[in-house]
Design a binder for this molecule. Sequence first.
Ligand code: PLP
Length: 391
Amino acid sequence: MNKIYLDNAATTPLSEEVIDAMVDVMKINFGNPSSLHSFGQEAKVLIENVRRQVADYLHVSPAEIIFTSCGTESNNMIIQSCVNHLGVERIITSPMEHKCVAETVLDMKKRNGVEVVYLRPDQKGDFDWAKFEEILKSSDKKTLVTLMHANNEIGNLIDLQKVANICKENNALFHSDTVQSMAHMDLDFSDIPVDFASCSAHKFHGPKGSGFAFVRKASGLKGIITGGPQERSLRAGTENVTGIVGLGKALELSLNNMESYSSHMEEIKNYTISQLTQKIDGVKFNGRSAEENASLYTVLSVLLPFKDPMIGLKLDMKGIAISQGSACSSGAAKPSMVMMMILDEEEMENCTPLRISFSHLTTKDEIDVLINALEEISKDFTIEKTNVEHR
Ligand code: PLP
């Protein structure tokens, strides 16, 4: 059975070129970048080259890029350090954030007594920016705003420029979890006054265990891992040279091909939307997922008009890997916070969310196989419904 992978928001397969670049480092450049001899200095040069490459992409200074082990670590470091070192007493966030942000914020509330204010989304997953400004102005406490750029479940994008400007005007620090959008979109932080952002290489065909944090120099942020001078003392520990080089190669490939990759994925996404609409009666799309400029082209969040908590497993048995992003309140999957925010009671009770996420490798043929499988599965429910109606 040919397997089909449609869970690229969870992780992406490594590119061949990335593997080759990493193998070269493992075989040849094994020196410790802190060593003063040539082995160490050669490894150091590799890291600094990637740092410059990342900085050029974001239009920032190389000194503002801190290599970390992943998106989770970057987000933890930024939020914890804002509280522990920069005197943040209030955090404004949303219930739509990834767990690594949501739980870190809660931890700061529990351990440091930080006040947490949640910005509630509407049923489209949008926020009321006038209300946001009102909340910002309602307190003199030093505030950190943490809102993700692209939602990992429904793909909704926020206007980073607008939110960053509002934060700046109100003297609040602004962190955005950009794990889903980095390397998929152009980001110019010389223009967008965001203070902190995060990246994870495995979301764009790079290796797992490699990411970075963007830390605006003027912010004065300190690290949370101590014990060494690496990464300007912001992240102690011998650098993951292999992972950093893998990140650099993956970023290079993404940026060089951004136009063709994004137009391919947009076409695949539109095709998926039209096929689902034609073939699954009553299908809906969550949030702004089906709207071209309001959502990330890599993610399509679908709401199937029947309740099947086992759908992820059924598709897996047919060789299709996909994320359920479930709203079911019992059974195998727990309801996700995002779905609880945007779905109404009836939808939570009777529908099944499904997250289809694409890469440049996804083909229309693969989408056809998925649509056929979903048609098959949906027939069981149509029959069930008909039987109930006839009883
Ligand atoms: N933030 C978002 C929006 C994500 O989607 C993910 C991963 O799924 C993370 C953070 C965590 O990244 P990592 O897997 O590199 O820890």
